[in-house]
Write a protein of this length. Structure first.
Length: 62
């Protein structure tokens, strides 16, 4: 089975896909027992979520 994920650039879907990829990497490192910089990843996720919220609010204002 081949599955394709098609995501348009600069969309909410693209940002969500980035978050999913980041979480997949975090889960893989956790299962492998590797140390990671949790603060950096958390900061990136929070920044991405804030960006999503700002974009959604801007669209509602228009």
């Amino acid at each position: 089975v081949t599955a394709w994920r098609i995501v348009a650039a600069h969309t909410v879907d693209a940002r969500i896909a980035e978050l999913i990829d980041q979480k997949s990497g975090l889960a893989a490192r956790a299962l492998d027992g590797e140390d990671s910089e949790a603060g950096v990843e958390t900061t990136m996720q929070v920044a991405a979520l804030i960006s999503l919220l700002r974009d959604a609010l801007a669209q509602r204002a228009d």
